[in-house]
Ligand binder design. Structure first.
Ligand code: R5P
Length: 262
């Protein structure tokens, strides 16, 4: 017997379902990483298995690749797919310009490469991720392990002249060991509280030797779908300047409602 998901998962689920309206047969789709993107991958798998949808998914992490295979979504590498029609991914923060902070799950590098190689990026999220100014969520910066303390010191130095409200930088841990990305790199989390000039910060960070990429996604996202636990979504489209409110048609027999571990 199918069980309804809790309110948080319900909001993620409806945003994922609505985002899949952008999918058409034959598309090459970037598959994001995180708990919200996982709902999208499961729902996409259902469309492939039950409706015969033909798509190719390009995962943005080893976790998503594994989930996609489990769900029956055919996967390819970006090297094979080369260019994508659409990427659907979650975010840690978004503002009114649809600028994003991503990388809470450590997948920002592949996510940014894949989203940039897509004609369209749709972000699936809930209202708790909306902010007036980016920066409340610590900004992830991926750095190579070689000389990472020096890279950290250079980042701290670069923050002195920046329009930010906090300047502490911490190495992300996984239990007691440093967290490693899929590329074997480290993540430094920048606790900035408020980022006054995201564009300047992004440019400055990416010029520091040892920095691979930062979690600011600027001018990449086209649409944000904000899901709510009552089954409604707000769809914000930066290209048309429209904001629409809709109710998502939920399949009550949806197999996704069966208890699924994240
Ligand atoms: O590295 C992780 C990604 O950027 C995720 O998209 C982001 O952290 C949001 O994840 P969630 O949907 O679990 O909040």
């Amino acid at each position: 017997m199918a069980a309804r998901p809790n309110p948080i998962d319900m909001a993620k689920y409806v945003s994922a379902r609505r985002a899949l309206d952008y999918v058409q047969d034959g598309m090459r789709i970037g598959l994001g990483t995180g708990s919200t993107a996982a709902w999208m991958v499961r729902a996409l798998g259902e469309m492939v298995r039950q409706d015969g949808l033909k798509v190719t998914g390009v995962p943005t992490s080893s976790r998503t690749a594994e989930l996609a295979r489990q769900c029956g979504v055919p996967v390819a590498t970006l090297e094979d797919a080369k260019w994508l029609d659409l990427t659907i991914d979650g975010a840690d923060e978004f503002d009114t310009d649809l600028s994003l902070v991503k990388g809470g799950g450590g997948a920002l590098l592949q996510e940014k490469i894949v989203a940039t190689a897509s004609d369209m990026m749709v972000v699936i999220t809930d209202a708790s991720k909306q902010v007036d100014h980016l920066g409340a969520f610590p900004l992830p910066v991926e750095v190579i392990p070689f000389g990472w303390q020096t890279t950290k010191a250079l980042i701290e130095e670069s923050l002195i002249g920046m329009d930010v409200a906090g300047r502490s930088v911490t190495l992300r841990l996984n239990r007691d060991a440093p967290f490693r990305t899929d590329e074997g790199n480290l993540i430094l989390d920048l606790h900035l509280r408020r980022i006054g000039n995201p564009r300047q910060l992004s440019l400055v960070l990416n010029q520091i030797p040892g920095v691979v990429e930062n979690g600011l996604f600027l001018d990449i996202c086209d649409v944000v779908v904000v899901g709510a636990s009552d089954g409604t979504v707000e769809v914000r489209d930066i290209n048309t300047g429209t904001v629409t409110h809709e109710t998502v048609d939920i399949r009550e027999d949806d197999n996704l409602f069966v208890d699924i571990a994240d």
